[in-house]
Design a protein around this ligand. Structure first.
Ligand SMILES: [Zn+2]
Ligand SMILES: [Zn+2]
Length: 143
């Protein structure tokens, strides 16, 4: 895991949200930043544990804090485990077979922001869609 660059990014995120950059917060946020896809709290816990002794409750509490402050996204898929990722203005794909969650750039999805704004009569600032289906791995496996 490339924790060095991720740690820098984590520092920046914490600064933006006004949270003190404590070691635990940096390690947890770095793990989320370094991952290419959304992680569950358990996966974050395991990634941080590789670097530093930490207890699970601390990880859960800090993830909640970071999500409340907007430093990370909390993604609910309807399954028991929440997923966490960084970045704004993107959507998520949830595989209903393996439970994996992926970030999807909004630019790869086609929608008309103006039309959406007109139809609901509101100013749309961010769009995040929740897509569900079968991921590439699972669809090749089931053939
Ligand atoms: Zn899958
Ligand atoms: Zn995401």
């Amino acid at each position: 895991m490339k924790l060095c660059n991720a740690a820098e990014a984590a520092h920046e995120f914490l600064e933006q949200t006004g949270l003190d950059p404590t070691l635990n917060r940096i390690l947890i946020l770095s793990a989320v930043v370094a991952s290419g896809h959304p992680l569950t709290a358990r996966e974050v816990f395991e990634a941080v544990l590789d670097e530093h002794k930490i207890n699970r409750v601390t990880v859960y509490r800090i993830l909640d804090l970071l999500a409340d402050k907007g430093a990370i996204n909390r993604i609910s898929t309807g399954e028991r485990a929440l997923h966490f990722c960084v970045g704004h203005d993107h959507s998520h794909f949830h595989c209903t077979q393996c439970g994996q969650v992926q970030c999807i750039e909004n630019t790869t999805l086609q929608f008309d922001e103006d039309a959406i704004a007109n139809s609901v009569g509101m100013t749309v600032k961010t769009i995040a869609l929740h897509l569900e289906g079968v991921c590439e791995n699972c669809s090749t496996r089931s053939v």
